[in-house]
Write a protein that binds this ligand. Structure first.
Ligand SMILES: Nc1ncnc2c1ncn2[C@@H]1O[C@H](COP(=O)(O)OP(=O)(O)OP(=O)(O)O)[C@@H](O)[C@H]1O
Ligand SMILES: Cc1cn([C@H]2C[C@H](O)[C@@H](COP(=O)(O)O)O2)c(=O)[nH]c1=O
Length: 213
């Protein structure tokens, strides 16, 4: 089994069920002898958590939203993700930059070329010759109506969770296009199944790569 540093992101529309499986995956890696760092975006550092509070609750235009997401990401990369990977840990991250392309790009309709430029500034210069990207992105796919039903009554909705179903249809399509453009990095998980079945799909994606026994 591999002891290389691993950066794994969890993506999907709100309520798709990704957070449910992060702790289980952390336990599986810990049982396999790995040191695990669970974190999230936007957030993961004191500064990025403050930016999260603003981005999720204050009205703002799509460029401002994208800039806050990437500012939070830069601090998170420098303070948390890169040091953990340098110690050969497993980083499990609840969302990363695919979320910006899906939410601010596909959802809000903001120019993906500008997002690509921001991505190069923020995720460049950290790994020789390429952008820092997750080694694996687990994309939880679920119909927006089902995701909304799962979230209904679970908590007070934030700015994004209050968006109409059409917004999440665009976000889901944005994620699907990211996955189609980079199929080696993505594992697409059918999140409509019961929790245990979804967990087996998650586990299998890791076992297939030789990252879990
Ligand atoms: N397979 C499943 N079947 C039914 N309900 C589920 C399933 N997986 C998760 N849930 C429930 O759906 C709700 C949303 O799950 P979760 O918080 O994991 O989603 P999420 O994708 O992380 O959402 P968000 O991005 O908004 O935080 C929770 O109440 C959770 O218990
Ligand atoms: C990283 C990132 C996140 N978002 C949105 C997506 C979600 O609605 C929230 C985060 O909430 P969660 O319960 O922790 O999933 O933020 C975004 O719009 N753009 C991003 O880059």
């Amino acid at each position: 089994m591999s002891d290389q540093p691993l950066f794994i992101s969890f993506e999907g529309i709100d309520g798709a069920g990704k957070s449910t499986h992060i702790e289980a995956l952390a336990q599986a890696f810990t049982a396999a002898g790995r040191t695990v760092r669970c974190t999230r975006e936007p957030g993961g550092t004191p500064l990025a958590e403050r930016l999260r509070e603003l981005a999720l609750n204050q009205p703002m235009d799509a460029l401002t939203e994208a800039l806050l997401m990437f500012a939070a990401r830069r601090d998170h990369l420098v303070q948390v993700i890169e040091p953990a990977l340098a110690r050969a840990e497993v980083v499990l991250c609840d969302r990363f930059s695919d979320a910006t392309f899906a939410y601010q790009g596909a959802g809000r309709g903001f120019d993906p070329a500008v997002l690509g430029q921001l991505e190069r500034w923020v995720q460049g210069g950290l790994v020789p010759g390429r952008l820092r990207q997750p080694d694996l992105t687990l994309l939880f796919e679920l119909a927006p109506e089902q995701a909304a039903a799962r979230l209904a009554g679970a908590r007070v909705p934030d700015k994004f969770e209050s968006q109409p179903v059409e917004f999440f249809r665009r976000v889901a399509q944005g994620y699907a296009e990211r996955a189609e453009a980079d199929p080696r990095r993505f594992a697409r998980i059918d999140a409509a199944h019961p929790r245990e079945q979804v967990w087996q799909s998650v586990r299998q994606a890791l076992v297939a790569r030789g990252w879990l026994p």
